[in-house]
Design a protein around this ligand. Structure first.
Ligand code: ZN
Length: 155
């Protein structure tokens, strides 16, 4: 049997071109598993620190979409390289994120059913609060902003 390229496209199709003898990926997909240069690590750390802030600022539904897109982009790697246990863990993660998205999509119906007399704009406001709920108390806007430099002394 001839070995075909092990790359999977995001839609689940396999590449099927012929790799060089002894390799698992064809010429077009080999670079996807090449070693990362060392100086990329600093750039990576900087970009991911920025990404952490951007992701934390997303509403919950967008955050879950972001997570799902990340998992989808890894599908080819899991299908071509992961062990059975890793593939199981990955698949459970994709199921979990789909279930979480379904839960978020149910929020309007759940709120409307527990607050039947609430006006639609109140339901919308509560939904907005839930989508942006964070695990910590936001900084008090009445306090001086520490990131803006040393506060001026008031007499
Ligand atoms: Zn290929």
């Amino acid at each position: 049997m001839v070995a075909e390229c092990a790359f999977f496209y995001p839609d689940g199709r396999r590449c099927r071109r012929l790799p060089r003898r002894g390799e698992r990926l064809c010429r077009d997909h080999r670079h996807l598993t090449s070693a990362r240069p060392k100086n990329d690590e600093e750039t990576f750390d900087r970009e991911m620190t920025q990404a952490a802030g951007e992701i934390a600022a997303m509403p919950l539904d967008q955050m879950l979409d972001h997570l799902q897109q990340g998992l989808i982009s890894l599908h080819w790697l899991i299908e071509s390289r992961a062990s059975t246990a890793e593939r199981n863990a990955y698949t459970r993660a994709t199921i979990a994120v789909s279930a979480a998205i379904d839960c978020v999509l149910e929020h309007p119906r759940v709120l409307a059913s527990v607050l039947p007399s609430a006006p639609p704009e109140h339901i919308e406001y509560l939904l907005h609060l839930l989508r942006f709920a964070e695990p910590q108390v936001p900084p008090d806007p009445r306090l001086p902003d520490e990131s803006a430099g040393p506060a001026e002394e008031t007499p």
